[in-house]
Every structure is written in structure tokens, then in C-alpha cells.
Design a protein. Structure first.
Length: 144
């Protein structure tokens, strides 16, 4: 009886050590994957920085073009009212385009300055996907 109890305790200790080793291995693999994803994500965010600068340059060119068109319109060099109307429409379109470009530039600035929001969103979406797959594997899909 003592030998059986001793063998049982040894088996329990052995199984516990195997589970601890498995958990440590999986934690190590998870940490390596997180480091890899973080590195790739940092590279992707750095790709956005030159794009942000280029958008700023385009925005400057649009502003210069708008000022040139405005100076033509107000200088009185436009011969007829149809041309003046088209010039006014083009100026309105340029204003809309510039405001859209300003919005895009502010979004890019938010991405490059605080990528932690994007990382948190990616983690939450990944966790939701994993949870859905686990539920599907168990066969416990929620009723739609």
C-alpha cells in the first residue's frame, strides 16, 4: 500500500512538472510571437511617417494652387462670368480636397504618435477571433 501511494505521488509530481514545462514553453513561444508582431508593427508604423510628410507637401501645393486661382479670380483677369463660375467651383473643390487631406493627415499623425491604440485594437480583434474559433471547435456556437 505504501509503495502504491508512493508511485501515485511520483506520477502526480511527474505530471505536474510536465504541465509546468509545457506552460513555460507555450509562454516562451507566445512571448516570441508577441515580440515578432511588435517588431513588424513598428516597421509598418515607420512606413507611414514618410507618407505623412508627403501628404503635408501635397497639402502645401494645394494651398499654393488655391491662392493662385484666388488671385486670378480677384485680379479681374477673368473675361466672362462662365469662366468665373467655373473658377469658383474649382476653388470650392480645392477647399473640400484640402479639408479631406487635413483629416487624413491628422489620422496619420495619430497613428504615428500613438500606435498603442492600434495595437490594442489588433489584440482585441485577435482575441475575439480566437474565442470564436474555440467556441466553434467545441460546437457551442451561439444561436443567431
Amino acid at each position: 500500500m505504501a509503495k502504491t501511494l508512493k508511485d501515485l505521488l511520483l506520477a502526480l509530481l511527474n505530471a505536474t512538472l510536465i504541465l509546468i514545462a509545457l506552460c513555460l514553453f507555450l509562454g516562451w513561444k507566445l512571448a516570441a510571437t508577441v515580440d515578432d508582431i511588435t517588431g513588424k508593427f513598428a516597421e509598418k508604423v515607420q512606413i507611414v511617417a514618410p507618407l505623412k510628410e508627403e501628404v503635408q507637401g501635397v497639402r502645401g501645393e494645394l494651398t499654393a494652387l488655391r491662392s493662385d486661382l484666388s488671385s486670378i479670380q480677384f485680379a479681374g483677369t477673368v473675361a466672362d462670368s462662365a469662366t468665373a463660375q467655373k473658377l469658383s467651383e474649382v476653388l470650392d473643390k480645392l477647399d473640400d480636397l484640402e479639408s479631406n487631406l487635413r483629416g487624413a493627415q491628422s489620422k496619420m499623425a495619430e497613428l504615428t504618435e500613438s500606435p498603442d491604440q492600434l495595437i490594442n485594437t489588433a489584440i482585441e480583434n485577435s482575441a475575439d477571433i480566437v474565442a470564436d474559433r474555440i467556441i466553434a471547435i467545441r460546437g457551442c456556437e451561439p444561436a443567431s
